[in-house]
Design a protein around this ligand. Sequence first.
Ligand code: A3P
Length: 286
Amino acid sequence: TSMHLDIHGVPMCPRSFNTDTINMGLAYIARPDDVFIVTMPRSGTTWMETIVYSILQNGRAFNEDFKDFTARTPFLEQHGGQGIVNMRRPGSIKTHLPLSIIPQHSQAKYIYVVRNPKDMCTSFYKFIKTMPGVTHSDVPFDTYFDLFIAGRANYGDYFDHVLDAWSHKDEPNVLFIVYEDMKKDIRSVIRRLAKFLNVDLTDEILERIVQVTSFDYMKKAEYNKHLSEESAGHLFETRTVVRKGEVGDWRTLMSEEQSRRMDARFKQTMEHIPELFTLWDEYNVF
Ligand code: A3P
């Protein structure tokens, strides 16, 4: 198992990232017209990127012009400060770093997407399994699970990441979105996003956005391949960003005992915040 990079205490995979690029990304001076998409990995980041792109481009699909999509969706950790400075605007900046440590501007917009930790952990493990050389890609799930619970997997502690974002969620320039709510009612999420981004959507454009960001649309082989390459800088051949897109896939990997340990960790860290603690009540997660 290779070592981690340490970015402000957040463990990062050295095969995928380098410290200088990340630090230059963090040193980027945010602007009022910036839109940041902040997530733990495998929480629906790419889905959110395609939706924001379509909202800002009047219903345009991400695959109509892949170059344009790429130019408008830099990844802070991979493209650094220069990548953001050079981005085509309007666009959005993707990052998996905690909300509190990324570039701040009181008028910039921050969209945080959270996914339940059981599916996030499962999806991420299945993902790194396809990327030889990535930190922990070579360990069995049981070991990975222990690291995840201990906050020592890639990108650090899930619970710290979510609590950090949650502490900002009432700020007017922060929008907190739940992946499972996107699965349940994407139209209302898109409406909330459009309002947050100050874009008026006609019903027709709304329906078009729903269509071109749907799981089936994004899953189409050639689009998926492109999305996968874009998000990894062509480092890996086999990875698939758009995979299954379901709530509850954790049941394919997690034992009863592991599930209970996650329940306990969730309870221990979130119980004192009822709004967070009940977030997944209707989705049969905990
Ligand atoms: P699974 O591995 O559970 O299938 P990210 O972009 O942050 O890496 O997130 C990837 C996860 O989002 C994957 O989860 C992927 O299938 C899911 N996803 C991607 N596009 C989606 C869509 N249009 N609808 C639902 N889920 C989607």
